[in-house]
Ligand binder design. Sequence first.
Ligand code: FES
Length: 128
Amino acid sequence: MYNDIVMDHFQHPRNGGEITDADAVVEVGSPECGDTTKIYLTIRDNRIEDVKFQTLGCAAAIASSSMATEMIKGKTLEEAWKLTNRQVSDALGGLPEKKLHCSVLAEGAIREAINQYRKNMGLEPWTE
Ligand code: FES
């Protein structure tokens, strides 16, 4: 059901774990299945210096979190905000159609974490 890239990220997730002194921490749940992803961000000079995740979910959700965190590390907040679950799925070589919703978790968690940071800084949250 899953290709080799997805299986690799599922079995050897990049950036798994937590950051104890993170600048933003959020947890989001999937309305479809109830699985959750927690994202930790460390931000310096408007860039994502470090990112870690903890995902309680299926293989597609874990692989998506792993790939998404790889894709935003070192990026500006503006660049990270633009990351879509479709780009994550493409980078993984594609997810089965019925598993696409699992990659939405990582996208949503990253965006919420960015907005939590913006709020902490007294800035308006981004909407689109
Ligand atoms: Fe819940 Fe994939 S089935 S995240």
